[in-house]
Design a protein around this ligand. Structure first.
Ligand SMILES: [Zn+2]
Length: 179
């Protein structure tokens, strides 16, 4: 087990193993999504029995919407599938190939998701791609206070490679003008 895993709660080995399997699979599928025009991020929501509820990639460019990050798209799809704006009674976990940005942290909080598992940390995403992940003061503890478990840095090397390939292929890194 990687020593780099970080969490805001004691790590439960079986949950982490499941997260490693899911995130590896998301990283592998991501190439297909990218080839079809998605941004380099993919997320999935599962229930506590391991059933897939929703899965979606980043579609900011393909759908002309700056909110369409993988996490936001997946939450929207899960809420639609379950016919609710509040996922909290369903005990759902969100798995995502990279650490959520500041917008998605808000989106996750309002959705009622109970746990977040992510792959590549934001500092690596920014270093490899140049995407701006936003300022995120102490979100591990803020999530903990709200009963949301976080496990991060899962299968980081695999995820870094996917992001490096995205850049090597000359794919778009979008961000608003900062001047
Ligand atoms: Zn985001």
């Amino acid at each position: 087990m990687s020593q780099n895993i970080i969490a805001n709660k004691r790590i439960v080995k079986s949950k982490l193993q499941m997260a490693q399997t899911i995130i590896l699979s998301l990283q592998q599928e991501l190439a297909t999504y990218i080839a079809e025009g998605s941004g380099p991020f993919l997320a999935a929501i599962y229930d506590d029995k391991g059933n897939l509820i929703a899965k979606a990639a980043n579609s900011v460019v393909s759908e002309n919407c700056s909110h369409n990050h993988a996490e936001m798209n997946t939450i929207k799809a899960a809420e639609k599938a379950l016919g609710t704006y509040d996922l909290s009674p369903y005990n759902l976990s969100l798995y995502v190939t990279s650490e959520p940005c500041m917008m998605c942290l808000g989106g996750i909080m309002w959705s009622g998701i109970k746990a977040v598992y992510y792959g590549v940390p934001s500092k690596d995403v920014e270093k490899i791609t140049g995407f701006d992940e936003g300022f995120k003061p102490d979100w591990f503890n803020e999530f903990k206070k709200r009963g949301i478990t976080v496990y991060g840095n899962i299968e980081v090397e695999v995820g870094q490679k996917v992001l490096e390939d995205y850049i090597k292929k000359g794919k778009k890194v979008y961000k608003p003008e900062r001047k």
